[in-house]
Design a protein. Structure first.
Length: 395
């Protein structure tokens, strides 16, 4: 009886949406539960059903008629390009969502789960985060002081709150360093002159061609569900050609992985490598022979990913146990993987004037990944989901 009433309520709700709505059937063809997974609808598809609607009026409802958080993407342009929301679909099942006109600016009051900005007050860092983790990359001001570093830094969080502004403000004011866990998390990852947690570099004649710090940043989208931005790098000599790197990164709510797309302006077809830096027992970047023997890299070329774990860094006077940081790269176009010099490398082939896209991220033993197996299982599932995205069927 309860199921019948629910079906009748859903039918009544969908009937009320006819001729003014787009019904979306989100189909999961895998045996994995898809929870809070971002799906995207092209803006022309929205307009075909809703007409010339203002972006702030577009709303998404689930089968119970409950308003869902959504975000209109502009992708660095002045016009709407697509709409995203997060779907929940059981294994080998589907879920109905309806896109229609809703409350004006309803997403303005939604809980913001992503954020990012240039941090000029901290030597031009670019920092970004979601409700799981925070990351940063280094800008031009820091390069003059510490030398070049094009790698990705990780900040571990034990809160779903957005903390970038708070941590920078406290650290710069001398109130509380973010290198010590005060209850919300900690920056306990060292990058140095490496690729850090998953950056990419040309891989010429078996050697990494490491880039310098970015010189310019541009936010493409910023909202409740996705932060997306672009970093531009000064020309770099790659095999005798001056090549300018453009790196586009996006991070969605509830995800542990950045989506990264690389372009090398002026570059030719060439091998590239995505890398995770190896660490010694003090979490300092180290060559393979001196890396902490308690943590081994996992290379799963067939499934398209590599993983690594390391003991987290801490200050000399810090009595906290900062646990273990787990890292991974998922690359749909992975051609090979190996441990070389001071990196776990995932290899690929860059095609001239085409973006090379992959995923890099991390997890923490104190927030959801108590063991290496927990992280391995999560990465394997994420790789499978990327190979089999939720299918959207429109009615």
């Amino acid at each position: 009886m309860k199921k019948t009433l629910l079906l009748l309520a859903a039918a009544a709700f969908f009937a009320s949406c006819q001729n003014s709505a787009l019904t979306v059937d989100a189909v999961n063809t895998t045996d994995l539960a898809r929870s809070n997974e971002t799906v995207e609808i092209a803006w022309p598809t929205i307009q075909q059903s809703l007409g010339s609607i203002e972006p702030q009026l577009v709303s998404v409802f689930n089968a119970k008629g409950e308003l869902q958080t959504s975000q209109v993407l502009y992708k660095g342009t002045g016009e709407p390009q697509s709409l995203i929301f997060q779907a929940n679909v059981e294994p080998q099942s589907s879920a109905i969502y309806v896109v229609k006109k809703g409350p004006a600016n309803h997403n303005v009051d939604a809980v913001q789960q992503t954020y990012g900005r240039l941090v000029p007050e901290r030597m031009d860092d670019f920092a970004w985060e979601n409700n799981r983790l925070a990351f940063r990359m280094y800008g031009p001001a820091l390069m003059a002081q510490d030398g070049p570093s094009s790698g990705i830094d990780v900040w571990c969080k034990r809160t779903e709150d957005l903390i970038i502004n708070k941590w920078y403000k406290q650290d710069l004011a001398g109130e509380a360093t973010y290198h010590v866990d005060h209850g919300e998390g900690v920056d306990c990852y060292k990058v140095g002159r490496t690729l850090g947690c998953g950056a990419l570099a040309p891989y010429i004649d078996g050697k990494l061609v490491l880039g310098n710090n970015f010189v310019r940043s541009n936010i493409l989208d910023s909202g409740a569900l996705r932060i997306s931005f672009e970093l531009l790098y000064a020309p770099l000599d790659v095999a005798g050609a001056m090549v300018a790197e453009v790196r586009r990164i996006s991070l969605d709510a509830n995800s542990h992985f950045n989506r990264i797309s690389e372009m090398f302006i002026g570059g030719k077809d060439m091998p590239v490598a995505m890398g995770i830096v190896l660490k010694d027992d003090k979490a300092v970047p180290a060559k393979a022979k001196k890396a902490n023997p308690n943590f081994k890299a996992s290379l799963n070329t067939a499934a398209g990913y590599v993983t690594y774990a390391e003991v987290a860094d801490k200050l000399k006077d810090d009595t906290n146990n900062n646990g273990v940081i787990h890292t991974a790269i998922i690359a749909p176009e992975l051609t090979d993987a190996k441990v070389e010099d001071n990196h776990v490398l995932a290899l690929g082939s860059y095609k001239s004037d085409e973006p090379f896209t992959y995923y890099a991220g991390a997890g923490w033993s104190k927030t959801g990944f108590a063991t290496e197996k927990d992280w391995q299982d999560y990465v394997a599932a994420e790789a499978q989901k990327l190979r089999n995205p939720i299918e959207l069927r429109f009615k």
